[in-house]
Structure formats: structure tokens, C-alpha cells
Design a protein around this ligand. Structure first.
Ligand SMILES: [Zn+2]
Length: 188
């Protein structure tokens, strides 16, 4: 598929934020109804998901269906490619009914990251994917307060408990270790 360039002010801010990490996809192709944007109260957590799609392109296509009513800020492919489909100033639709640390509706205060993975417990998360998601979150942490304990799985926050399982098999301890091994110099 063709990834189209994007030239709004929002996109320029995004590019400054992560110039080498993410390719920005035009926001009009991602599904996030305008009425929900006003409730976005800033970023205080990260929710990781498994896309249940085979490929990065298939995952992006799901977000492009106007009727899918799902979106996430970032998609991380198995080979470490990162795409952004929703600006960080906007609320994405990824968590559904949810709660974190006693606060409901986690979409209001989280970045959603979709990892390309079938979520069957067998499909692996390659090293390059771990590295890419860790670098992405490391960069987010340069701007937002997101402690390890608030980098969570969809399964962990979904209500009622058990409604979601993703990302099955993703090793959060490994992610925290990678994250905390980075320094700003690492990314230069
Ligand atoms: Zn999910």
C-alpha cells in the first residue's frame, strides 16, 4: 500500500518528536470520532495490544476502515517498522471499557500501541519488535511521565476482567529492562 505524506502542523510536530522512528499516516484514514477528542486528558500511560493480523499492512488497513471504530496511536511491525496513525494530541480508540489504577476509560489518558502479532500465544515477538517498541516508549518518556507500572497490557486493564487477553506472550519484564537500559545518547 502507499503511505501518503502529510503536511499539517500536527504532523510536523510529530515528525520533530520522532523523526527516525515513525512514519505518519494521514489522520483522516484513522478512525477517531471528533466527539471523543475533547475528553483526551493527556498521556499518563501506555497500553500495548496485539493486532491479531498477520502483517503490518493488514493492521493499518483495519484502522482505515471507517466502520472499524478502532485506532491506536502507533503500530509496530515484526521487523521493527513503526507507523503512527493518530496524533499524540488526540484520543485513540483502543482500550474500550477499561480501568487503570482506579481510573476508568483508559483511552482518555493513554497512548495505544498495536504490536503486529496473532495473539495466539505461538506467534513470536521478534527482537527487532521489542527493540522498536522500547525505543518508541523511551521517546514518549522524554515528553510524558509514564512509569514502568503504567506500561500495561490491554488484558490487564480491560473490563470486565477477561474481556481481552492481548498481547499474549509479550514479555513486559524484558521491555522494562530494555527501556531502562537506554539513554538519550543511545538514540542519537
Ligand atoms: Zn487490544
Amino acid at each position: 500500500m502507499t503511505i501518503v505524506g502529510y503536511s499539517s502542523k500536527i504532523c510536523k510536530r510529530q515528525r520533530r518528536f520522532a523523526p527516525t522512528l515513525a512514519t505518519f499516516i494521514p489522520e483522516q484514514v484513522a478512525t477517531f470520532p471528533p466527539e471523543c477528542m475533547a475528553t483526551f486528558s493527556g498521556i499518563r500511560s501506555v497500553v500495548l495490544h496485539a493486532s491479531t493480523q498477520y502483517t503490518l499492512d493488514a493492521t493499518i488497513r483495519v484502522f482505515q476502515y471507517p466502520t472499524s471504530l478502532v485506532s491506536a496511536h502507533f503500530i509496530v511491525g515484526k521487523e521493527g517498522r513503526v507507523f503512527q496513525t493518530v496524533p499524540l494530541e488526540r484520543r485513540a480508540w483502543h482500550a474500550g471499557t477499561s480501568q487503570l489504577d482506579g481510573e476508568t476509560d483508559v483511552n482518555n489518558f493513554s497512548v495505544g500501541i498495536e504490536l503486529v502479532n496473532l495473539n495466539d500465544g505461538i506467534d513470536p515477538y521478534p527482537d527487532l519488535q521489542y527493540e522498536a517498541v522500547a525505543r518508541l516508549i523511551f521517546q514518549l518518556r522524554q515528553r510524558y511521565q509514564i512509569p514502568d507500572g503504567r506500561i500495561v497490557s490491554h488484558g490487564q486493564i480491560a473490563l470486565p476482567p477477561g474481556r481481552k487477553s492481548d498481547p499474549i506472550g509479550f514479555d513486559f519484564e524484558r521491555l522494562y529492562m530494555l527501556l531502562n537500559s537506554f539513554s538519550v545518547a543511545t538514540l542519537r
